[in-house]
Design a protein around this ligand. Sequence first.
Ligand code: DON
Length: 575
Amino acid sequence: MTNIALKTIYALITIITLIVPAQAQDNPLYSGKSRFHPVVAKNGMVASENKYATQAGLQVLKEGGNAVDAAVTIGFTMAVTFPRAGNLGGGGFMLVYLADKNEVISIDYREKAPLQATRDMFLDKEGNVDKEKSRHSILSAGVPGTVAGLALALERYGTISLKRALQPAIELAQKGFPVDYELSKSLSQAKSQMERSPASMKIFYKQNGEPYKNGEILTQENLAWSLKQIAQKGPQTFYNGDIAQKIASFMKQDGGLITSLDLKSYKAVTRKPVEGEYRGYKVYSMPPPSSGGVHLIQMLNVLEQFPLSSFGHNTSKTIHIFAETMKHAYADRSKYLGDPDFSPIPVSELTSKQYAELIKEQIDMEQATPSNKILPGDVIGDEGANTTHFSVMDSEGNAVSNTYTLNFSYGSKITVPGTGILLNNEMDDFSAKPGNPNAYGLVGGKLNAIAPEKRMLSSMSPTIVMKDGNPFLITGSPGGSRIITTVLQIILNVIDFNMNISEATNSVRVHHQWLPDVLNVETGLNEDTISLLRKMGYKVEIGRTIGVAESIIKDEGFMYGASDPRRPGGLTEGY
Ligand code: DON
């Protein structure tokens, strides 16, 4: 090549690199007039609640792995470095956008009730729910789905080996990592319940019984063993091998219900995501056994009928419309949602525009409607945020939105001896007794009653919003019942209120779930608005934070991401 040609190429490259960041910053999705700035990148991005996980996932992307490779790596890493929610002994949901097929797939790796589970297993002699049993005993554990789910994702849609995906997790478990303030604090809060499990105590607390403190190194030898077994022998070791054996024999000895047969018969499955349209954007989210996607789309359909942007962000009028819409959705949740493998769920009816029109007609623009006046529609046919969500995008346009959990912080707090694996307490997400609220105040009916092999109803809502046929917004959150309303507000903040993803994440959130008849608002909502809402009839409670969103937007060739400041320790990074 001649000197001139080389110089021209060099000049072009220089011009492009000068223009690119400027373009990214010109986009209102970068900052606009906002005080908040998202992380910007061009080739790949990870948003998660944990820096080790984000770094491990990003490394995979940089090596040429796709979004699924990174997501699976993150999932395993968080089982080590974010043990309150990251897990091998829990379950979750993953939404995958495959660029080459232009298709969104959902992977359901939700836990299942064991074969020996019975409808009334958590009721005492008087017929009342024994919360201790459903939340903190060995019986609270469902058959775990995470290992099957992550392995299925990798096998069908990934490019790297399971060994490679497990490598950072194994290293971090074996060599250890410095505990941060959040982890230390959550361990000290969990201690009294962890004390029931000698195996948990041995891992997370020092010999004097104190949790590992900020900066101290936490190693997890048994967990490293389990991860290595999976790397060497595949997911079957968890379901029909050495790990399965340890789980089943511990269950037998400790009065649990999960047997070898339960583990052997567990399968993660793919399902067709629920779909909706909101102001020209296409929304994909998790179908049942999550209630998240259905009610997210139902609420968007109702809200689309209001000129929200002219009502203004977080004004009393807008919050009133949100709250009324939320009440209807959660009322329907209590009646119509459950495991679709057990009973038909009226998904298309609940997510139809016609049904949303009927709900709109019931909203009084001036007054709050008391929840006891709102009944589930006629459709034919105090825990913190302890789940975790992460979002990933790669350079080929693939995207992953994943939410997984042990339910409570550290799940049942019980570790299976010899494995380092914490068991979930997801059985509490069933409706132990019709009308009786679960830990998130959610009531449920027959469709979510306990039955052998049934998946308990969830609110986890990993979501992908498409713009002009391309993934635009990848988002999701922990927060139990508050997950759905958190995801809703992230979408509305971006689409209706023109916020960049950092501002959309930082903004004050509100939540109403029909029962109890309370409007939760985060601190920071102005007093004038609160008093207007009270005048409209709302019982406003200002209190704990709502959700922890980890989101990425892709627009005009750039990725913009943000980790939620509500839980420090998150990291969004791109390259
Ligand atoms: O699946 C569900 O809906 C719940 N088990 C999620 C729990 C959760 O988000 C915990 N964090 N607050």
